[in-house]
Design a protein around this ligand. Sequence first.
Ligand code: C5P
Length: 218
Amino acid sequence: MPAMTSLLIAIDGPAASGKGTLSRRLADYYHLPHLDTGLTYRAVAHELIRSGQPLDDEAHAIEAARRVDLANLDKHALSAHSVGEAASRVAVISDVRRLLVEKQREFARQPGGAVLDGRDIGTVVTPDADVKLYVTASPEVRARRRLRDIEDRGGHADMSEILADIRRRDERDIGRADSPLRPASDAHLLDTSEMSIEAAFRAARAIVDGALAKRNGA
Ligand code: C5P
């Protein structure tokens, strides 16, 4: 691994594109702290579901966003497919985004750098990141991956329903007015449709190492 002082990596992409696994692998490899920003939106949705509030209740959503604690995100409770779907509904509320983005930026400001993944990291949260990746895969490939995840955890789901969910989530994330999902103009695109996670990790590492070498004047 090349010598470095600080490294901020921003990773964006649609649901089940493989960006989560890739982010964790990169964070591990470059010894950086990692934040899955999707969990912060999921935490807000989960709190509304838990307390029986509708997902479009802005006042409760804003209050829940204010209380999100990055050190206490219960990944297990938040990982359900249905919570992801609910998260994309609270994620359209601008005041929720503003509060969560503030916390995410604070995480990104750690002295050695960090890896953050989400939908608007390269465009809004850390537009000054050293490296930006935009990870995609076809909706069918992503639905198949999501189905495998659910089955690996002992659950059952219907492929056509998962695919419909993925398409609906893409539409909501790409179509919203505030911070829509899109690649930053300086992002490196990585289509993982035909790639193993190992191949995607190698490709991502080559991009990061290339950016570091350029920064170090190599
Ligand atoms: O990445 P994950 O599937 O956990 O994200 C759940 C939802 O949270 C996304 O569909 C999206 O609507 C929202 N989100 C967002 N901005 C981020 C991360 C997630 O709007 N940076």
